[in-house]
Design a protein around this ligand. Structure first.
Ligand SMILES: Cc1cc2nc3c(=O)[nH]c(=O)nc-3n(C[C@H](O)[C@H](O)[C@H](O)COP(=O)(O)OP(=O)(O)OC[C@H]3O[C@@H](n4cnc5c(N)ncnc54)[C@H](O)[C@@H]3O)c2cc1C
Length: 382
């Protein structure tokens, strides 16, 4: 057993990669051993999925390899995590047992389409990377009919993304000259478009989608899906193509370890600590309550901020410093208009006396910043 502290990071997404890089940028391999474990060996920025749907990207052109981490002396293990032993401080994967001094759990949220009867047989999962090119093909072949974009559970990743998807699909159909023959309906269980962003920004998002003749149906709680039919608690609706955002849950390992109760996420505070010494959780796998009925949204920018917070606190501990910082809750999410511009939803989750959110104007400069956001992460993390 070496006396170099070992930081094990479960999941190589936004939270895991930001933490691994922050640690390695401050400490050399003689000061800390870093291991990232993920069942897949690639990383993709979430919003690139929408570019695969609208045909401006391919999957292969949108991913970075996690094997690149080795160049920075960050060990990468491609394997499935099967269990976490919180007391003995080790993690079991399919092929090995790995012990740690510090653990960062950044395993994200799992899409659970099986929770909605009939969904998998009758609709597409808008967030599943394996279904994106099929969705693109269906949209390309469509000549007329009804598209239903349906949020089937809260919370879900990147609250503005399904609205952005509806605007990009609107744009695709407009360019093909068939928009007037296709109806786009947007169904959400929430009373307003973006509860996490508050009523003012929600109103602006509603105006944005309405201006493109996308019809928003609020308080539509899904029960099940049949062939070409959505069954809500209080109504029904027809569709020809269903693009669903299924309920999100935590990975099974998290429920097995007792860190969260099904179907919830790991409760954390701004220090991202779990009740177990030197075991932290960040990103979509967590739930960080801000105010009554309000939590930090599931978004890469927040997973990244939490990952950096935890890494900085681990660095302080390794260097025997007293300092520790809290996650600041600040971030921004892009929303593309489908007209070669984008707006940014700017968020400060812990501003006083309540979270503040605002929506910027849609500009081509913001769209360039969105492209840059992806490039920057790919180049600094991998
Ligand atoms: C269409 C779309 C658009 C989006 N747009 C934005 C945006 O504009 N801005 C923004 O900030 N966010 C956006 N997001 C959200 C963002 O992608 C997520 O919030 C972010 O990826 C969360 O980071 P994370 O590190 O918590 O989890 P993830 O990035 O999901 O990483 C978790 C990792 O853990 C691994 N893992 C899980 N279970 C296991 C296991 N048992 N064994 C091994 N590995 C495991 C997974 O393979 C995964 O790589 C978007 C998401 C989507 C789907």
């Amino acid at each position: 057993m070496t006396n170099i502290p070992h930081v094990v990071i479960l999941g190589g997404g936004f939270g895991g990669l930001s933490a691994a890089n922050e640690l390695r940028n401050s400490l050399q391999s003689s000061q800390v051993k870093i291991t990232v474990i993920d069942k897949k060996d690639w990383f993709m920025v979430g919003f690139a999925k929408l570019w695969i749907i609208n045909g401006t990207r391919t999957f292969e052109n949108s991913i970075g390899s996690l094997n690149e981490l080795s160049k920075k002396e960050i060990d990468f293990i491609k394997d499935e995590i099967l269990s976490i032993n919180l007391k003995n401080k080790n993690v079991k994967t399919k092929s090995q047992n790995i012990s740690f001094d510090f653990l960062i759990i950044s395993m994200g949220a799992v899409l659970a389409p099986q929770k909605i009867p009939g969904l998998q047989e009758n609709g597409f999962n808008l967030y599943d990377h394996k279904q994106l090119s099929k969705i693109h093909d269906r949209l390309e072949k469509m000549k007329s009919g009804k598209i239903a974009i349906t949020i089937m559970g809260m919370p879900y990743k990147c609250p503005p993304a399904p609205f952005e998807a509806s605007l990009l699909i609107d744009s695709m159909l407009r360019k093909r000259g068939i928009r007037d023959s296709v109806q786009i309906d947007f169904y959400s269980p929430a009373p307003i478009t973006l509860p996490a962003a508050g009523p003012e920004v929600s109103k602006q998002i509603l105006e944005m989608v309405n201006s493109e003749k996308i019809v928003f149906h609020n308080s539509s709680k899904i029960k099940s899906v049949e062939s070409k039919k959505l069954i809500f608690e209080n109504s029904e609706a027809d569709f020809d193509l269903l693009l669903a955002i299924p309920p999100h849950i935590a990975p099974k390992v998290i429920y097995d370890s007792g860190l969260a109760k099904e179907p919830g996420f790991i409760p954390i505070d701004r220090d991202c600590k779990t009740p177990f010494e030197n075991i932290f959780a960040v990103g979509d796998v967590t739930s960080l309550t801000v105010a009554e009925n309000m939590a930090v949204p599931k978004a890469g920018i927040f997973a990244e901020g939490e990952g950096i917070t935890v890494a900085k606190n681990i660095i302080s501990k390794i260097q025997s410093k007293e300092e520790s910082i809290l996650f600041d809750g600040k971030g921004g999410c892009f929303i593309e208009s489908g007209r070669d511009t984008a707006s940014v939803i700017e968020v400060d989750m812990f501003s006083n006396p309540k979270p503040s959110t605002s929506l910027t104007e849609a500009t081509s400069d913001n769209l360039s910043k969105k492209v840059e956001f992806e490039k920057e992460r790919m180049s600094k993390w991998l």
